[in-house]
Design a protein around this ligand. Structure first.
Ligand code: HAM
Length: 422
């Protein structure tokens, strides 16, 4: 039987992983600039957490979760997103008691959704996400959005736009819910089975139905902004004003409702029109979720955050040539005794902070030089019978092709002086 990776999963091979590491490093650096600290939560959680936090009327929970029973019959789920786990950890670890009210966290790692795989859509994918908890202020919404925009700008992504909308507070959403039910009530027979269920439970979810997407009732549906309470309207206006003052370009997109149930007030997405991804692909999204911490039995605490799909960021970045990092030294023993010496030298070099490798196959010089080349080694160190006898090595600097015999005790000094300034 030939084994294949499960559908919707991808191996990230070494020729791609350096691009991943560079992106991850950039995301960590930007997080440090925003004083956002890393939080690592489990990859699986109790299923109930996602039902309550993300909401069981969302597609993510009702159709896309990897849920199974563990050996004791408890239902657990591979995390489909990161916000629920962070919120759970915030409550469980009593982070709300921290005298520093605004807590800012970031996370990076695999997420799992049983979706139809396609360009930029996988079953195991990776997110970089940020959550800012504890302070309800439009300034924090904007702090989040500016951070997301900074990331796409630092990556040099073109053809991306920030779309924003507001769902308002509980009162606004109740009014909007009723307006949506009035709008769809007489045409339920034209909508899919799921939408009929959503009509009672959560009519907002009708708007992101993939089946009824093109139904004319969708575009004529009432808009959230017309149902905002006065204070929700003020919150949103302040967000827009701050974005304009900071000269962040955005469009108010009244169709934006997001697919997860925990949102309130500001929601936003970063949408790319890069043809590599297909028109209108979302590279990242987020919003405010003021009821979530309470829903998870914590004290009333507001929150706002966003997440990017790392694979989508990489698609938008394009296939950069991967200039592979070379090693400092490739050690080339000729004969058994030389091999014993070579393993001593490689161990010593690594302990001194040099990167190196050696031939383990007892090949001739030609094959070993080829490997030195393939590993982009700065130096090739040849150890033949003579060298073993004289306790020396033959060091070749590959860029200049200069060659020298060096006593064993001088190897580190030689490398340090030849690599100065690197
Ligand atoms: P989301 O919109 O469900 O939000 O996902 C965020 C991003 O993850 C998407 O914009 C997309 O780039 C990426 N993504 C989602 N599903 C897939 C997939 N199957 N394959 C590849 N990439 C995917 C959330 O997850 C929220 N937790 C964001 C958030 C944080 N809201 C507040 N705080």
């Amino acid at each position: 039987m030939a084994y294949k990776a499960p559908r919707g999963t991808v191996d990230i091979l070494p020729d791609k992983s350096s691009q991943w590491m560079r992106l991850e490093q950039l995301l960590r650096t930007i997080s440090a600039h925003y004083n956002v600290k890393e939080m690592r939560t489990p990859i699986f959680e109790h299923t109930e957490l996602f039902n309550r936090a993300v909401g069981d009327t969302s597609d993510v929970v009702s159709k896309e979760m990897y849920t199974f029973e563990d050996k004791k019959g408890r239902s657990v789920t591979l995390r489909p997103e990161g916000t629920a786990g962070i919120a759970r950890a915030y409550v469980e670890n009593k982070m709300f008691a921290n005298p520093e009210k605004l807590q800012k966290y970031y996370y990076m790692g695999p997420m799992f959704r049983y979706e139809r795989p396609g360009n930029g859509r996988q079953r195991q994918f990776h997110q970089f996400g940020v959550e800012m908890l504890g302070v309800e202020s439009p300034y924090v919404d904007v702090e989040c959005m500016v951070m997301a925009v900074t990331i796409v700008e630092a990556l040099g992504l073109k053809d991306v736009k920030l779309h924003i909308n507001s769902l308002g507070d509980d009162e606004s959403r109740d009014a909007y819910r009723k307006a949506l039910q009035d709008h769809f009530r007489d045409s339920l027979d034209q909508l899919c089975h799921d939408c009929n269920e959503r009509f009672e439970k959560n009519p907002l979810r009708i708007l992101d139905c993939k089946v009824d997407n093109d139904h004319p009732l969708m575009s004529s549906a009432p808009k959230t902004l017309d149902y905002l309470t006065e204070s929700a309207k003020q919150h949103f206006e302040k967000v827009c004003e701050l974005l304009s003052d900071l000269e962040i370009e955005y469009v108010v997109d009244t169709n934006l409702v997001r697919g997860l149930d925990y949102y309130s007030h500001t929601v936003f997405e970063i949408i790319s029109d890069d043809p590599k991804m297909g028109q209108g692909a979302t590279v990242g999204g987020g919003g405010r979720y003021n009821g979530l911490i309470e829903e998870l039995d914590g004290p009333a605490t507001s929150g706002v955050g966003f997440a990017f799909g790392i694979e989508r960021l990489l698609i938008a970045l394009g296939n950069e040539e991967d200039d592979e990092e070379g090693i400092d030294v490739y050690v080339m023993p000729l004969g058994e005794e030389a091999k014993d010496l070579a393993i001593q030298i490689t161990t010593m070099l690594r302990a001194n902070g040099f990167s190196c490798d050696m031939d383990f196959m007892g090949r001739g010089l030609k094959g070993q030089f080829k490997s030195a080349d393939r590993h982009h080694a700065k130096f090739s160190m040849i150890i033949g019978e003579e060298e073993v006898k004289n306790e020396t090595v033959n060091m070749k600097e590959n860029a200049t092709r200069s060659q020298e015999n060096i006593p064993l005790e001088n190897i580190v000094e030689y490398l340090e002086s030849h690599m100065e300034g690197e």
